[in-house]
Ligand binder design. Structure first.
Ligand SMILES: [Zn+2]
Length: 407
């Protein structure tokens, strides 16, 4: 709901200013008190008070001296990432991962499960509860320092009620209220679509830290986007926006589970490229891919990467073709949003070295205002881990905004 008519009390201002200082330190790294005063426009005594308050609750640390000035060197401050912890959960179509992270967020402890909500909801939830206890056992000394649970999901969610909504590609039969399964520890639960969570992570910890308008194009087993508009993730009225994977690029193409035909996701996903590789391995007789399939009994995206690195021309061609489809997606996104930058993320970003020329070529040839626009195209460094880190970042984002009442 919009908060445009809500005023600020004095105590709100205090939280707002602390939040501002934490946000700056988190995004920009090391800063001195003088830097903070200069950037925020707050007076030096105000900054000194805020910094003292945050130091006293262990949320900041002093980490040495700036060498930028002659004379007395100012002390540099950073956020103390070990002050609190977060439980992050990411569901995929094939299972889920759960982790304990610090405020980095850095993963301190992680469990992966192949029990999937898509296959058997009850069994997967039972496993989730078991793994959740493992994570809490690991954190046993610091339970009171856990801020909350962040959940990222490859489909639609109702964040207010912590419900994963039924959807043909992920949760087929019923909506799922996660609070029922994770209620015992009375931790707040925050939930987001995984592409939006990944986008949020990129804005806190990745290459989009300074960006105000950015599109995160996530290409993994599915395809989605997170759109940052004036510093905020734009999710849409029903929080179901950004579904570029289900825009039709071939109206005569195969029918997609969504009901549309020839959706981008059917051409441009790591799932699709692996399926093609499997077909070639069985029927086309490619030596390397066939050998992997026979030896390992399966073929995965990382096999294609290894193949391309070792000079297998089929693996290389498949990745280059994926790059062309990613390029098509990027063209759509830039035409629609005119962003400062596009970040390509998800598992496909790990293949940057083989994709980027194809992506660049398609964008140069097909972008509408190519004479006037030179978009920055970056690749996320986290591969498919970004969605788990993104889940932690949802909680981090609420924490730094002051929503959790911890400072
Ligand atoms: Zn579709």
């Amino acid at each position: 709901m919009s908060n445009q008519w809500v005023g600020d009390n004095l105590s709100d201002v205090k939280v707002k200013n602390r939040s501002l200082v934490l946000r700056l330190l988190k995004k920009k790294g090391l800063l001195s008190r003088i830097d903070l005063a200069r950037i925020t426009g707050l007076t030096q005594p105000t900054i000194t008070n805020i910094v003292n308050d945050l130091l006293s609750v262990n949320l900041l640390k002093e980490v040495g001296f700036s060498d930028t000035r002659a004379g007395r060197k100012p002390i540099l401050l950073s956020m103390n990432d070990q002050a609190f912890y977060i439980v992050a959960i990411h569901f995929t179509r094939r299972g889920f991962s759960i982790a304990l992270t610090d405020l980095g967020p850095n993963i301190l402890f992680r469990r992966d499960s192949h029990y999937s909500l898509l296959e058997n909801i009850d069994l997967a939830l039972l496993e989730l509860q078991k793994e959740f206890i493992h994570v809490l056992e690991y954190a046993t000394q610091s339970l009171s320092l856990i801020l909350g649970i962040g959940v990222s999901v490859p489909g639609p969610v109702d964040a207010e009620s912590c419900t994963i909504l039924a959807h043909p590609t992920f949760l087929r039969y019923r909506n799922l209220d996660l609070r029922k399964y994770l209620f015992e520890y009375d931790l707040p639960i925050f939930m987001m679509n995984d592409a939006h969570a990944a986008c949020l992570h990129e804005t806190w910890s990745g290459q989009a830290r300074e960006a105000e308008n950015m599109v995160y194009f996530m290409v993994g087993e599915g395809v989605g986007t997170g759109v940052l508009v004036e510093g905020k993730i734009y999710e849409g009225v029903n929080r179901k926006g950004g579904e570029i994977g289900h825009t039709s690029i071939n109206i005569f193409g195969p029918r997609c589970v969504c009901g549309n035909y020839g959706c981008l996701e059917m051409y441009c996903s790591t799932y699709n490229v692996v399926e093609k590789a499997r077909e070639i391995a069985w029927f086309g007789g490619n030596g390397y891919l066939r050998a992997v399939l026979e030896k390992e009994g399966k073929l995965e995206f990382h096999h294609l990467l290894e193949g391309a690195r070792n000079g297998d021309s089929t693996s290389l061609q498949l990745l280059q073709q994926l790059g062309q489809y990613i390029g098509i997606g990027v063209v759509h996104l830039i035409n629609l949003y005119d962003p400062e930058m596009v970040v390509i993320g998800g598992q496909a970003a790990l293949a940057q070295e083989f994709l980027e020329n194809s992506v660049k070529q398609v964008v140069e040839e097909r972008l509408l205002y190519r004479e006037y626009v030179t978009p920055q195209i970056h690749y996320s460094k986290w591969g498919d881990e970004v969605t788990l880190l993104g889940a932690a970042t949802i909680v981090l984002d609420h924490f730094i905004a002051g929503d959790l009442g911890r400072f």
